[in-house]
Design a protein around this ligand. Structure first.
Ligand code: ATP
Ligand code: MG
Length: 386
């Protein structure tokens, strides 16, 4: 797919922008802080309803404004689809497809498919478990939009279950509170097992692409392993989000829900003492191994970069193969400046034929010349072609 046209209103530092994008490579050049990342972030936001830079959406709305909008004309299979998203301070966000207002804004997920690679992505390797959970969930939702609903349901149940546990901790667990807890357990396990199963299946699909992408970018044949580590499969319950967890290898949601139920029963006393839900997909992690060594703690900085980039390229290839939108839009935000010459030209070769690529750079010369197809300059929130 590709985006033909992007309109922004009161998004970040853009008061208003109309950008006619080309099929193929689009390069955005401009000085630091002028709005290059903001522009591509808007497209990334439409595909995940998450920014690669901040949690929440309020900081995406232009300062002193109450609402922002992103509008993209997406094209795939000879069809144009107009995707619109409006963010409002203090009131609900709204979304529309082809001018039809959606009851649930999250239903726009799946209409714009994109993959972003940015310097922050080293956090996928080195950062917190939540960075890796966001990575795998964003990919899951883009590949199978139905998961957006499952994740939202899980988060809702988790919140309510935590409230109940907190109250029980303060007031002492009594009969009715405990039977309400049983009901929440049912829901938690139902949605949570689906998420865990979805992540395990996805990781298994991603693995072959990952090894291939890693070899293509690092020019090294390295055994790349990726595993879902789950709190529900771990004997020792830890209260630390960074604790060592055991692998979950099962893809079957029914089998996972049995393990999950047993675990909840086993740790109920601990949860009542703590007043919080201790196991589930919200506590899980991914682990990457390069030649059997943990990439998080043992890889060099070059290897970390190669792995982060390989994760994005593998996502791109998997979405292209299994998704319904053809080539995802590939966004390379500020990455060429930090790559060495070899990786620069290999990356250029790998991405040049993608249906649409959006690249940002402060210095145009950092970007290999074969990627200078359509060049824009970005100056103080104004985008100009040429
Ligand atoms: N909500 C907002 N309202 C107004 N301005 C904002 C808002 N959010 C961010 N900005 C401004 O946008 C600018 C950053 O833009 P952006 O990150 O796109 O820069 P960039 O061109 O990618 O720069 P670099 O080359 O350093 O990556 C900052 O000056 C910041 O103050
Ligand atoms: Mg930037």
């Amino acid at each position: 797919m590709y985006i033909k046209h992007l309109s922004l209103a009161n998004f970040r530092n853009y008061e208003h922008a109309e950008v006619e994008l080309g099929r193929g490579v689009n390069l955005f050049v401009g000085e630091n802080g002028h709005g290059k990342t903001n522009l591509v972030e808007a497209i990334g936001y439409l595909s995940t309803l998450r920014s690669h830079r901040v949690a929440g959406y309020e900081s995406l709305i232009r300062i002193k404004q109450n609402s922002a909008s992103i509008r993209a004309m997406a094209h795939h299979n000879d069809r144009d689809v107009l995707v619109e998203y409006e963010m409002n301070r203090g009131s609900a966000n709204r979304a529309a497809i082809n001018k039809n207002q959606l009851t649930r804004p999250r239903d726009i997920l799946g209409s714009v498919i994109s993959v972003t690679f940015a310097p922050e992505d080293v956090e996928l390797v080195r950062g917190n478990p939540s960075d890796r959970r966001d990575f795998i969930d964003d990919l899951l939702v883009q590949l199978t939009p139905r998961f957006a609903g499952v994740i939202a349901d899980y988060e809702r149940v988790l919140k309510q279950r935590n409230t109940l546990l907190r109250t029980a901790k303060q007031t002492g667990a009594k009969g009715t509170a405990l039977s309400t807890l049983d009901a929440w357990d049912e829901q938690l396990v139902k949605f949570g097992s689906e998420i865990i199963a979805g992540r395990v299946a996805l990781v298994n699909k991603l693995k072959p692409f990952l090894e291939e992408s890693y070899a293509a970018i690092a020019l090294a044949r390295v055994a790349v392993e990726v595993l879902v580590k789950s709190s529900i499969a771990t004997a020792q319950i830890s209260f630390d989000d960074d604790a060592e967890l055991d692998s979950m290898l099962i893809e079957d949601a029914a089998a996972i829900s049995k393990i999950y139920h047993d675990k909840l029963r086993e740790i109920r006393v601990k949860e009542l003492e703590r007043g919080i839900t201790l196991v589930g997909p919200h506590r899980d992690d991914l682990v990457f191994l390069l030649n059997e060594l943990s990439a998080k703690t043992q890889s060099s900085s070059g290897e970390t970069w190669s792995l982060a980039l390989a994760l994005r390229l593998a996502s791109l290839n998997l979405l292209r193969q299994d998704g319904r939108a053809g080539d995802p839009v590939l966004i390379l935000d500020d990455v060429f400046a930090t790559l060495d010459a070899g990786r620069r030209s290999r990356l250029a070769n790998l991405v040049a034929s993608n249906e649409q690529v959006l690249i940002t750079a402060a210095v145009a010369d950092d970007v290999p010349s074969e990627l200078h197809a359509k060049v824009f300059t970005v100056t103080n929130g104004v985008v100009q072609h040429g």
